[in-house]
Design a binder for this molecule. Structure first.
Ligand code: NI
Length: 189
């Protein structure tokens, strides 16, 4: 089954996601489908709210950006109920995009060092210190579980400058070359 990516303006992207309980039906199939949707849209991460499910589940495959960011080499994982602890409050700004906000790229400040705790798809607990761009991807995806998107971190001036682009997404005027679900307010669905 091909999962569409829900676009900015859809209310599910603004909900706080629920913890994922053991015994969630067909979890591994869902994770496989999320990886497939992520690869189809050439993303390096996808959070469950982006496919319309308000649960604390994220998939990441950062390997495609390993040439620029070596810490991403071979890093493919599914995160269930992830928790981030900030290890160093210094932030670095880099451009980010999001499959739910096609055509938008903005500099976002993020901390560079985190400790990440999560469950894998067998509900086994893991803990790891993560740095650099991989830490950025994790923070971006975990934001989705709190109902946040990356443009929430940019200045009011920057947001004003991309207002028209945002409006085009919300109203369904943007064309996207991967399967998407437009916001209920969009003229097309
Ligand atoms: Ni995103």
């Amino acid at each position: 089954m091909k999962l569409p990516v829900y676009l900015y303006g859809h209310p599910v992207l603004r909900k706080t996601a629920e913890p994922l309980e053991a015994g969630y039906p067909d979890l591994k199939q869902l994770v496989d489908d999320m990886f497939a949707a992520m690869y189809e849209s050439e993303g390096v991460g996808l959070a469950a709210p982006q496919i319309g499910k308000s649960i604390r589940l994220v998939v990441i495959d950062a390997d495609p950006v390993a040439e620029s960011f070596p810490e991403c080499a071979g890093r493919k994982f599914a995160l269930i109920n992830p928790e981030i602890e900030i290890l160093d409050g210094d932030t670095v700004s880099r451009p980010e995009g999001c499959l739910s906000l096609p055509g938008i790229s903005e500099n976002v400040p993020r901390v560079e060092h985190i400790r990440l705790r999560w469950l894998d798809t067998d509900m086994q607990a893991h803990e790891e210190e993560i740095s650099g761009y991989l830490a950025r991807i994790v923070q971006h995806e975990c934001d989705h579980l709190e109902g946040k998107v990356f443009i929430d971190h940019i200045s009011a001036i920057r947001r004003q400058l991309i207002r028209r682009k945002l409006n085009d997404i919300v109203t369904g005027k943007v064309a996207v070359d991967y399967p998407v679900r437009y916001a209920p307010t969009a003229r097309r669905r």
